[in-house]
Design a protein around this ligand. Sequence first.
Ligand code: FAD
Length: 379
Amino acid sequence: MMYQLTEDQELLLQTVNEFGAQRLAPTVLQRDAANEFDESLVKELLDLGLQGICFPEEYGGAGASYVDYILALRDICKYDDGIGITYSASVSLGASPIDVFGTPEQKEKYLRPVAEGKTLAAFALTEPNAGTDAASQLTVAEKVGDEYIINGSKMFITNAGPADVYVIFAMTDKSQGTKGISAFIIEKGMPGFTFGPEEHKMGIHTSITRELIFKDLHVPAANLLGQEGKGFKIAMHTLDGGRIGVAAQATGIAQAALQHAVEYTKQREQFGRAIAKFQHTQFKLAEMATKVEAANLMLLNAANDKAAGRPYTVSAAMAKMFCSDVAMEVATDAVQLFGGYGYSEDYPVARLFRNAKITQIYEGTNEVQKMVVSGAVLR
Ligand SMILES: Cc1cc2nc3c(=O)[nH]c(=O)nc-3n(C[C@H](O)[C@H](O)[C@H](O)COP(=O)(O)OP(=O)(O)OC[C@H]3O[C@@H](n4cnc5c(N)ncnc54)[C@H](O)[C@@H]3O)c2cc1C
């Protein structure tokens, strides 16, 4: 492995892997089958201090490197990427825009509880008719005195319900297009803010996804994040980081699929010998392992760019696209190597196959990542 972990990173991953192996892995199939978002397991994860890794000590974080956070996330996702994406949506999407764009008062009030692991955060940009075309927001925020009154809805929001802190986007000036979008921090429990029913998803069943509904939601002007009209910039900046989180999820899924395939093919016998003895199986495992290694390098390349303060929009888009495609390919190969058992939900790889698919879709579909990369290539 090209990337040399520091002693602290080794220790962090030891903790994360122990937690994953002991607390997540034994029940993941049951929780997945039951569509169960397990609040107590999420709380255990938060109690490990993982949400604060890369936030400043001044606001309850550990002030460590962004790379440490990505490594921890990747390894959580090897055991249960539904819980992993709960963690990632909270840190990368919900809390990080407050860290980057928030006032000291906003950070104290909203970043600290997340960094200290007391609650989850969420990020709400997508609307029923504004997905890839995120600029066509229909949610509106009207300034009245020292408040904004928000009306509209948000679709497919990870952590909706369990999270206490939400960064949301709304039009403050329709005539300005993307420059008329603003970001706000809202709290669960504010009158006029409710949730739709849980989405019935193909995968990541151990995470929670709901609609947010705003009906005459009164938000203090002090909860405007950044300046009026800067919301789209805040959203795009946040998604650049979020994409590295999705790449970490995808790499974790791919690693898990490879690991299961290796173990299974060594013990499954056909024609009087382990199927791992067939050269076709060996070559398939070699291809899978090579892709996983490459995904890890793409992931760490993007994470290192962000940690070092270098531009990372393009490396993050490349990593998201590459790692998610690898997750889908490696999980598909793992299902094939398991044969009929790969198609059974009683075995681990069917879940990985279903979960891999979402990594190609959210936080900008892979087509969006190609727009970002081709835009940079042709500049
Ligand atoms: C489980 C889950 C969790 C999610 N969590 C969150 C969250 O926490 N917060 C949040 O804000 N959103 C969240 N999302 C929303 C997610 O980011 C969007 O679903 C995604 O961005 C795609 O938008 P869409 O579903 O409207 O698809 P559409 O935009 O309708 O896209 C449909 C297809 O058309 C393609 N397409 C669209 N435009 C173009 C174009 N110009 N050129 C080529 N192809 C194009 C897309 O690539 C895609 O293949 C989540 C979604 C899911 C399913």
